[in-house]
Design a protein around this ligand. Structure first.
Ligand SMILES: Cc1cc2nc3c(=O)[nH]c(=O)nc-3n(C[C@H](O)[C@H](O)[C@H](O)COP(=O)(O)OP(=O)(O)OC[C@H]3O[C@@H](n4cnc5c(N)ncnc54)[C@H](O)[C@@H]3O)c2cc1C
Length: 378
C-alpha cells in the first residue's frame, strides 16, 4: 500500500507539479497560491491529500515511517508539499492545534486549515535584541486585560505570513511564554513587509509583523498559559524531521538534473559522465542522500515507537541540512553554466532553497553546542 502510494505521489509530482513550476513564482505568494489552488483538488481526487493527519481529520493517517517516503517524493517539486497540504508552517500548526487546541479552536482554525481553505503562520523569531537562537530573549509580551490579553511586539522571518488567515504567536506573559492564536486581520497586527529572503519559493513568503496593542480574547490562548516554550520544543522536533524529508526530495531532484546533464554533455571528446572526477562527485552526492535518508528514517521510526528524538533529531537536522547543501552545490557545479541559471534548470533555485536550512529550525552551531554539552554532560 505504502509503495503504491509513493508511486502515485511521484506520478502526481511529475505530471502535475513539475510542469507548472515557474521562475515567475519566485517571491510571488499570490502566484504560488494560484498554482496550489489548481493542484490541491487534484491531490485530493487522487487520494494523496493530507498524508500526515489522522483519518478522522480528513488525512491519510500515515505513520512517520510511511509518510517519510511520501514527503520525500512530494518534496521533489517546490509545489509538491503544499499541494498535498503537508508543507510548513501549516503542517506543524495543524499538529499544534490537534494537540493543544480546544474543540472551538479546532473547529475555527484546524478544520479550514486541513481542508486547505486557509493558510497560517507561526511567529517566534524577533529581530535583535529579541528572541532568535535563544528563545529566552523573547520580548513580545502579552498582558492580561479584562477577559482577554493585549499583545505588543515585533517578529520577523515569519514564513507563510503573506495571505495567512491566522498566526500562532509566542509571547511572554507574567506566567511565562505563551502561545496565542491571532487573526491576521486583527487591527493590532500589521504585516510590515514581505522579506525577500534567499529562498525563492516559500508559500506565503516570509513576513515581518508588528503587534501594537493587539487585543485578543481569553480564548486566543493555545494550550496552557506559561507552557509556550515547551510546546514550541515539542513542535520543533517533528517539524525539523519533516523539513529534512521534504528537502531530501529537492536535493534528489537537483541530482536528477545534474545526472541527466553529465550523461548528455561532452568535453574534449568524452562524455562528462565518463570522467572520474564527475563520477566521484555523483557518488558523494548519493552517499550524502543515503545517509540523510537513513538518519531521517531512524528518527521517523523512533517517533512511531513513541521514543524521544531530542538528540537524534538535532543530529539529523545538522547532518541533513549540511549534506543537502553539499549535494545541491555539487549538482550545480556538474551542470556548469546551466547550474547557475534560474530560468533553464531547477538546480540554481534549489541551491537557494537549501541554504537557509542550516539556519532555521536551529542553526547548525546551536545544535552542535547543545549536542556537545549533552554528550559531555556539562
Ligand atoms: C528562510 C527562513 C524561514 C524562517 N521561518 C520562520 C518562521 O516561520 N517562524 C519563526 O518564528 N522564525 C522563522 N525563521 C527564523 C529562524 O528560526 C531564526 O533565523 C533562527 O532561529 C536563528 O535566529 P537568528 O536569525 O536570530 O540568529 P542568531 O540567534 O542571531 O544567530 C546568528 C548566528 O550565530 C550563531 N549562533 C547563535 N547561537 C549560537 C550558539 N549558542 N552557539 C554557537 N553559535 C551560535 C549561528 O551561526 C547563527 O546562525 C526563519 C528563518 C529563515 C532564514
Amino acid at each position: 500500500m505504502s509503495q503504491a502510494l509513493v508511486a502515485r505521489v511521484r506520478g502526481f509530482i511529475d505530471r502535475h507539479c513539475i510542469p507548472i513550476e515557474s521562475a515567475a513564482h519566485v517571491h510571488d505568494p499570490a502566484a504560488m497560491d494560484a498554482a496550489l489552488a489548481q493542484l490541491r483538488p487534484l491531490a485530493r481526487e487522487l487520494g494523496l491529500y493530507l498524508p500526515q493527519m489522522p483519518v478522522q481529520e480528513g488525512g491519510l493517517g500515515l505513520s512517520w515511517v510511511a509518510r517519510a517516503a511520501v514527503f520525500e517524493e512530494a518534496g521533489r517539486s517546490y509545489l509538491g508539499p503544499a499541494a498535498l497540504n503537508c508543507a510548513a508552517p501549516d503542517q506543524p500548526n495543524m499538529i499544534s492545534l490537534l494537540r493543544q487546541g480546544t474543540a472551538a479552536q479546532r473547529e475555527r482554525y484546524l478544520r479550514p486549515l486541513a481542508e486547505g481553505r486557509i493558510r497560517s503562520c507561526f511567529a517566534m523569531t524577533e529581530p535583535a535584541p529579541g528572541a532568535g537562537s535563544d528563545p529566552s530573549m523573547l520580548r513580545t509580551n502579552a498582558r492580561r486585560d479584562g477577559d482577554g490579553w493585549v499583545i505588543d511586539g515585533h517578529k520577523w522571518f515569519i514564513t507563510g505570513a503573506v495571505g495567512a488567515v491566522f498566526c500562532i504567536v509566542l509571547a511572554q506573559t507574567d506566567e511565562g511564554p505563551t502561545q496565542f492564536i491571532v487573526d491576521m486581520d486583527n487591527p493590532g497586527l500589521h504585516l510590515v513587509r514581505a522579506i525577500k529572503a534567499l529562498d525563492p519559493y516559500a508559500v506565503g513568503g516570509h513576513g515581518e509583523l508588528r503587534f501594537t496593542a493587539c487585543r485578543v480574547g481569553g480564548d486566543a490562548v493555545l494550550g496552557e498559559v506559561g507552557q509556550g516554550l515547551a510546546y514550541a520544543q515539542q513542535r520543533l522536533e517533528p517539524a525539523r524531521l519533516s523539513h529534512c524529508l521534504r528537502l531530501l526530495g529537492r536535493a534528489r531532484r537537483a541530482m536528477e538534473a545534474a545526472q541527466a546533464y553529465v550523461c548528455e554533455r561532452s568535453s574534449f571528446g568524452e562524455r562528462l559522465a565518463d570522467l572520474q572526477q564527475v563520477q566521484a562527485m555523483v557518488a558523494d552526492c548519493h552517499i550524502d542522500l543515503h545517509a540523510s535518508r537513513l538518519m531521517s528514517l531512524d528518527c521517523a521510526r523512533r517517533m512511531d515507537e513513541g521514543l524521544s528524538v531530542k538528540t537524534e533529531s538535532a543530529m539529523t537536522k545538522v547532518f541533513v541540512s549540511e549534506a543537502l547543501g553539499r549535494i545541491a552545490d555539487r549538482a550545480s557545479q556538474l551542470c556548469g553554466a546551466l547550474g547557475m541559471s534560474e530560468d533553464d534548470a531547477p538546480v540554481a533555485l534549489i541551491v537557494r532553497e537549501l541554504r537557509p536550512f542550516r539556519i532555521y529550525d536551529g542553526a547548525s552551531e546551536l545544535h552542535r553546542a547543545t549536542l556537545g554539552r549533552r554528550f559531555l554532560k556539562t
